[in-house]
Design a protein around this ligand. Sequence first.
Ligand SMILES: *Cc1c(COP(=O)(O)O)cnc(C)c1O
Length: 388
Amino acid sequence: MTTFDAKYSLLAPGPVNLHPEVRKALALPMIHHRTPEFDKILKKVLAGIKTIFQTTQDVFLLTSTGSGGMEALLVNVLSPGDKVIAINSGKFGERWAEMAKAYGAEVIMIDVPWGKAVDLRIVEGTLKNHPDARAVLCQACETSTAVAHPIEALGKIISAYPETLFLVDAITALGAYPLPMDAWNIDGLVAGSQKAFMLPTGMTFVSLSSKAWKFAEKATTPRFYFDLRKERKANQAGETFYSSNVAIIRALDVVLDMIQKQGLEELFKSIHRKAEFTRVFGQKLGMMLYADSPSDSVTALVVPQKMDGQKIRLHLEETHNITIMGGQDQAKGKIIRIGHMGYIPDEDMVRLIECLGHTLRHFDPGFLSLDHISILTDEAKLWLEQNP
Ligand SMILES: *Cc1c(COP(=O)(O)O)cnc(C)c1O
C-alpha cells in the first residue's frame, strides 16, 4: 500500500485525513511550551474550543487518546460504590461500563441491540428504579454501529434528577453534528483529536458542567494524572499542568480557525452532506443501512449476503488505496463503516463509490455490472454537483 500516494484516502471513523493546513502546522519546528509564543496559542485555543462544546464551562486539553478522556470524566465525579447507569449499544458503550466497574462503580446496564438507538422509556424506567444513580453514561454516536443516540431528549430526562449526572462520549460526534453541551444539559462531555477534530491521535478534550463540578469536589476515586482540579488551576495561570502537547495544540488552533471561518453550522452541513451521499449511494450499491438512527459522522452498511465485510475492507485498501473499517465483534464481516469526518474532497467520495462498486464486483461478478458501476459513478458526480 502506498500511503504517500496523493490518492490515498483514509475514510475510517477516525483517524481521518488531515487538512493540508493542519499538516503544515504539524511540520513546524518544535517550541517549548513555557514560552510567550505558545502561551498566546494556548490561551486562544482554550477560549476557541468552547465554541465547539457550546459551553461557558472550561474545556480541558488532555494528552491521551479519547479513552483517557472517558476515564477522566469518571474518576473526577464518581466515588467507589457509586451506582452508574450505562447505556451499552456497542463496543464503546461496553468499554465505558467496564471502565466504571474498574473504578468500583456498581453498574446498571441498559443493553441496547446493536444497530439500534436507546429507547427513552427504558432510560426513564431505569432512572425511576434507581434514582440514586450518580451518572448515566452514553455515547452520542456509538462508532461500532454508527448509531446516533437521542442526546437532547436524554439530557432533558436526566436533568430532572439532581443527584444524577449525564456523561456523554462524543468522540465521533462533537464537531461533526450539533451537540450543544449547556443547552442539552450534558454534565460531562468528551471529544477526541483524531475523530471529529480532524487531528492526529493523541489528545482528548473534556468539560464538566457546574453540576458535575459539585460532584468533583466530593468524589473520592483516587486520581492523579487526570485530576481536572489541577488542570483547571494550571489553565487559570495560562498553562497546562503537564507538558503541553505543542504539536497537536498548534494544529488544533488551525482547525478552530478554519471552523470559525467556515461557521459551525456550515461544517455540520458539509458532514451531513457526505453522510447523506454515502447513505444514498451505499443503498444504490445494494447495501442496507445498519443503524436505525444513523449518525452523520459515520455510516455502517450491511454488506451483500455471502460477502465478507473484512475482505471488502482489505480489497478496497490493497487495490484502491482507500481505507474504511469493517465491523467489530458481532458485526464483524457483516458491515463496513465509512467515516465522514476530516478532510474529504468530493473526488474522494466519488472514487469511494466507484471503487466500492468494483470491489463488490470482484467478490461477485454477478452482483454488479461494469455498466451499472459507471452509471452510479456518474450519478454520484451529479449528486454532488446538485447538492453543493
Ligand atoms: C474512537 C472512540 C473511542 C476511543 O478513543 P481512543 O482515542 O481510541 O481511545 C471512544 N468512544 C468512541 C465513541 C469512539 O469512537
